[in-house]
Ligand binder design. Structure first.
Ligand code: DMJ
Length: 568
């Protein structure tokens, strides 16, 4: 998802009811024990909650702090042996043009990194026109978003020196001892996702320990009556000695989210990372927290089978009936199907939720324009908004990925739908003067796949369209996807490359674009990674072994079935 960057609302009281029944916690612990040596409390685990009025309250999570356990050690070597393909690929058989194109994308990554390093190392993003860094307010005082987001891309592209530079920054300068309001979602997908992926790729302990430490800091956000987390969390260290504790560890709902609601794409985009935090720590608390939302979502009635974007973490009811497969909803659907894939196809609950959701989307939101373009509309209390955001373009790849696991009758239909949506998203690029796509495009008032509002004409280096090209290429090998990807590379070079990095542009419909002076961290994490993989052999980060989180950080298929404990 992508969210308005507004400050959080005033603090709301946190609640002290258990996130999951005791029976469930016991089952989850049993799953962890069955998976390997017994668990221990992860380093720095909080043992106390914090009351809304600043009074310490007893812990509400399932931290196993009271139990004495032997240390847990994840067997990295065994994990590496379980992979079906070498992570960076084992074959080189390819034509010279494909290789040259891949090398060009590698050069773009080096250029993006080198400029970030020179002008903004340690800040969150590079401002390539003014040649300085940007910090922003999404990460609660955490720094180096571009470093963490870039790590696995540098590694995969075999930019060894640059990877070592990034690693050194993590070892020496990445400070988790910060105190500020962070987006739970953004910290999870970028920082925890990036650190976990780099650990799995390299086996370097520093990435694992930072991911676990940061994961611990997110847990208080789940202390709500339903276990659905709030969107904003203070990452500061909780001071349990003080009766009037500071706000550290407290959580809020976004000020702009109606009636203190939590956002579907935020609380629904935690499973992949949190299950791996449990896998690596042996502590089931993370899996338990992430699983609570599925319990709530399965209980609540869904209008026509659709999932609205706003839900109250207090009552577990919908707050507004806005449904979108783009911003505010998007990665919730993505994580359902990817939870199933990541569980080695064992998480049948997530699969069923995905199948049912897609069926409702097909029935109510998928439309065909007068010109024959298939798109997914948004839904506002029963009324369709014939608009697709750039963010919604990830769905071509998601539906193709899910089609493989669909029954015989659905498989071809889903593959066709995936290809049609991806083609529509390509049209949104092809119909612009820059050959880059707008933030949103519409199918009304005679418009077809074009932005109709000035405020929707910008392109901020987003990945979703090339993400779908990558999946469709891997799953069909239709050469048009590589051709379309190469068109994007040329357009990025022509319109977004500036003297000191890459910049977003304010209007895709003019060939003398104005730059927005921002090299987003997801450009290095996602856009360049997906483009690179589009020109790689299929065994590089093979889909047999890896599931990409929503920030394109690869996480391995997880063989510990924590979720099964919930379903028993
Ligand atoms: C990324 O941070 C992630 O892909 C997220 O899911 C959506 N928004 C951006 C990229 O556009």
């Amino acid at each position: 998802t992508d969210l308005p960057r507004s400050p959080p609302a005033a603090a709301e009281p946190r609640h002290a009811s258990p996130a999951a029944p005791r029976r469930l916690r016991e089952k989850l612990r049993t799953a962890a024990r069955m998976a390997g040596p017994p668990a221990r409390t992860a380093p720095g685990a909080r043992q106390q909650g914090q009351g809304g009025e600043g009074r310490p309250e007893p812990a509400t999570g399932a931290t196993p702090a009271r139990e004495t356990r032997a240390p847990f050690r994840f067997d990295y070597e065994r994990f590496r042996r379980s992979l079906r393909h070498p992570v960076r690929g084992g074959r080189a058989g390819e034509d010279p043009e494909t290789r040259a194109r891949r090398m060009k994308i590698k050069e773009m990554m080096k250029f993006a990194w080198d400029n970030y390093k020179q002008y903004a190392l340690g800040k969150n993003e590079l401002r390539p026109l003014t040649k300085n860094g940007h910090i922003g307010n999404m990460f609660g005082g955490l720094r180096g978003a571009t470093v963490i987001d870039a790590l696995d891309t540098l590694y995969i592209m075999e930019l060894e020196e640059e990877f070592q530079e990034a690693k050194k920054w993590v070892e020496k300068s990445f400070d988790l001892n910060v105190n500020g309001e962070a987006s739970l979602f953004e910290v999870n997908i970028r920082y925890i996702g990036g650190l976990l992926a780099t650990y799995y790729l390299t086996g370097e302990e520093v990435f694992k320990s930072k991911a676990l430490e940061l994961g611990e800091k997110l847990l208080p956000a789940f202390n709500t009556p339903t276990g659905i987390p709030r969107g904003v969390i203070n990452l500061g260290r909780q001071d349990t000695r003080s009766f009037f504790s500071p706000c550290s560890g407290m959580s809020w709902s976004w000020g702009w989210a109606s009636a203190g609601s939590s956002i579907l794409a935020e609380f629904g985009t935690l499973h992949l990372e949190f299950l791996h935090l449990s896998e690596l720590s042996g502590n089931p608390v993370f899996a338990e927290k992430a699983s609570a939302s599925h319990l709530v979502l399965n209980r609540v009635e869904k209008p026509q089978g659709l999932y609205p974007n706003f839900l109250s973490p207090v009552t577990g009811n919908w707050v507004q009936h806005h449904v979108s497969i783009g911003g505010l909803g998007d990665s919730f659907y993505e994580y359902l199907i990817k939870s199933w894939l990541m569980s080695d196809k064992k998480d049948l609950e997530a699969k069923k939720m995905y199948d049912d959701a897609l069926e409702a989307i097909e029935k109510h939101l998928v439309k065909k324009s007068a010109g024959g373009l298939t798109y997914i509309a948004e839904w506002r209390g029963g009324i369709l908004d014939h608009k697709m955001g750039h963010l919604a373009c990830f769905s071509g790849g998601m539906i193709a990925l899910g089609a493989e696991g669909a029954g015989e009758e659905r498989r071809q239909r889903h593959m066709d739908l995936a290809a049609e949506i991806t083609s529509t998203c390509h049209e949104s690029y092809a119909r612009s003067d820059t050959k880059l796509g707008p933030e949103a495009f519409r199918f009304d008032a005679g418009s077809e796949a074009m932005a109709t509002r000035l405020s929707e004409r910008y392109y901020i280096l987003r990945p979703e369209v090339v993400e779908s090209y990558m999946y469709l290429w891997r799953l069909t090998h239709d050469p048009k996807y590589r051709q379309w990807g190469w068109e994007v590379v040329k357009a990025l070079e022509k319109h977004c490359r500036v003297e000191a990095g890459f910049s977003g542009i304010r209007d895709v419909y003019t060939t003398i674009p104005t730059h927005d002076n921002m090299q987003q961290s997801f450009f290095l994490a996602e856009t360049l990674k997906y483009l690179y993989l589009l020109f790689c052999e299929d065994d590089v980060l093979s889909l047999d072994d890896w599931v990409f989180n929503t920030e394109a950080h690869p996480l391995p298929v997880n063989h510990t079935n924590f979720k099964a404990a919930v379903q028993q």
